[in-house]
Design a protein around this ligand. Structure first.
Ligand code: NAP
Length: 422
């Protein structure tokens, strides 16, 4: 029996499903010792800092992650950053394989004038702000004007719009960051526009998310019937299944009885942003529309138009992805998840993606190295192990219990280390 040592960098869904694929590939003659390295003191990646807090069901996948983490051949090294506390070349020397699962955390740029103005944010900053990510607690989110514009027609745009258009007390029973609930309760925003540059037939929303919108109890959701009718015509007689399902859900929204809440979320299609303008801060967005130029006044613009990976030393990037061939990067280095295929797909997509990369990795394996492991590299640095993380997890859940929340997320790194017992 041989044991291969594998380091997975990044404790998000792609990282955990990769660990699971390795666990599933074990046999009587081949085992894996898995070390998962994560720069934050907390694991779970986007399940903790990306998924919208009003969609708690999606987060139940964390139970699967904890099962993988406690299966016996898995160690967590949280609070350890690749490039700072350990270097890729050193991991390559010690491990039989190193797998990059660091996702795509940087928001794509629109590339139009005005993106530098205060009041313009990327979803890549706003989402981790409301999800208590330690690096984003200081993001300035101006909520004083009555209108916000979201650019993009994907599920992230929809999450962001909902968070701004919900009655904020609806967030009380969720794990939204305390600082965000406080700010959102003071928000003057009453109108949120979601602006798509193309027609509804091209929207990247998925239909379960669209079908959830009419369930909002305190928000008018407006889609214009003429937009959806035009999209149905444009989609033709035999639209793809997903497109048809989306258009059915959108038509139902467009046809629903009007409500009269104080807060409104409105979808604008064929609105191409060309400039963000304002004197020292965002005041309006100029759009190109089929009927000409249109100006929409607002105090906040959030773009949700996709992500790029944050660069890692020793890794080559191309077109917003780690340069790779089906997950192979270079000598004993592999990549999975958004860093491999770009920022698309839901959490479950990572399962089949990881399994395919692990098949290739196993085909590449020779004989196991005997060169030590990460413990030889990190010295006295404070590491969050699975036991420390479980202490943090328990503490956060207990903080939430009396408040009727699934947990109160702690955003301060030193407080997280303290809760972990370090
Ligand atoms: P996405 O689904 O790729 O959507 C990006 C949107 O941005 C598209 O509508 C795109 O329009 C638009 N866009 C791109 N460049 C633009 C530009 N320069 N100007 C205006 N619009 C622009 O990306 P995402 O919303 O970031 O989501 C990423 C992935 O996570 C998706 O697979 C999504 O389904 C998933 N996700 C799932 C959930 C969930 O299941 N609840 C929640 C969040 C995210 P074009 O089509 O015209 O390029």
């Amino acid at each position: 029996m041989v044991t291969f040592k594998v380091a997975i960098v990044g404790a998000g869904p792609a990282g955990y499903f990769t660990a699971q694929a390795l666990q599933n590939a074990q046999s009587d003659d081949k085992k894996f010792a898995i070390d998962m390295i994560e720069r934050l003191p907390t694991p779970w990646g986007l399940v903790r800092s990306g998924v919208a807090p009003d969609h708690p069901k999606i987060k139940t996948v964390s139970k699967v992650f904890e099962k993988i983490a406690t299966a016996g051949n898995f160690r967590l090294f949280g609070n350890v950053e690749l490039g700072t506390n350990v270097q890729l070349v050193d991991l390559q020397a010690k491990y039989d394989a190193v797998i990059i699962a660091t996702g795509s955390s940087v928001g794509r740029k629109l590339g139009i004038p005005g993106e530098e103005l205060p009041g313009y944010l990327s979803a890549a900053d706003f989402v981790p702000w409301y999800n208590a990510h330690p690096d984003y607690t200081g993001v300035d989110v101006p909520l004083d004007a009555d209108t916000a514009i979201i650019i993009g027609a994907g599920n992230v745009a929809m999450d962001v719009a909902r968070m701004l258009a919900l009655e904020p007390s609806e967030l009380d029973p969720t794990d939204t960051a305390n600082h965000a609930i406080e700010e959102l309760k003071k928000s003057n925003i009453r109108k949120v526009y979601i602006c798509a540059r193309r027609g509804a037939e091209h929207a990247a929303f998925t239909s379960p998310e669209l079908r959830d919108l009419p369930k909002l109890e305190h928000t008018n959701v407006i889609m214009h019937k003429s937009d959806i009718a035009a999209a149905i015509t444009a989609a033709g007689d035999a639209p793809e299944k997903d497109v048809k399902s989306n258009l059915d859900a959108m038509l139902a929204i467009a046809e629903q009885e009007k409500t009269n809440h104080a807060r409104t979320m409105e979808f604008l299609f064929h609105h191409v942003p060309t400039e963000i303008k304002g004197a020292g801060k965002v005041q309006e967005v100029i759009f190109k529309t089929p009927s000409g130029e249109k100006v929409v006044k607002c105090g906040l613009v959030i773009s949700a138009i996709g992500y790029e990976p944050a660069p890692l030393n020793g890794i080559t990037y191309e077109k917003g992805k780690v340069l790779n061939a089906d997950g192979r990067v270079k000598e004993n280095v592999y990549v999975v998840g958004w860093a491999k295929r770009g920022p698309s797909g839901v959490i479950g997509t990572n399962k089949s993606d990881a399994a395919a990369v692990i098949d290739l990795l196993i085909a590449d394996l020779k004989s196991p190295k005997a060169a030590g492991d990460i413990n030889d590299l990190i010295g006295a640095h404070k590491v969050i192990t699975q036991t420390h993380w479980e202490a943090i997890n328990t503490a956060e859940v207990s903080l939430g219990e009396p408040l009727g929340k699934p947990r109160v997320k702690v955003a301060d790194k030193s407080e997280l280390l303290r809760l972990g017992g370090l």
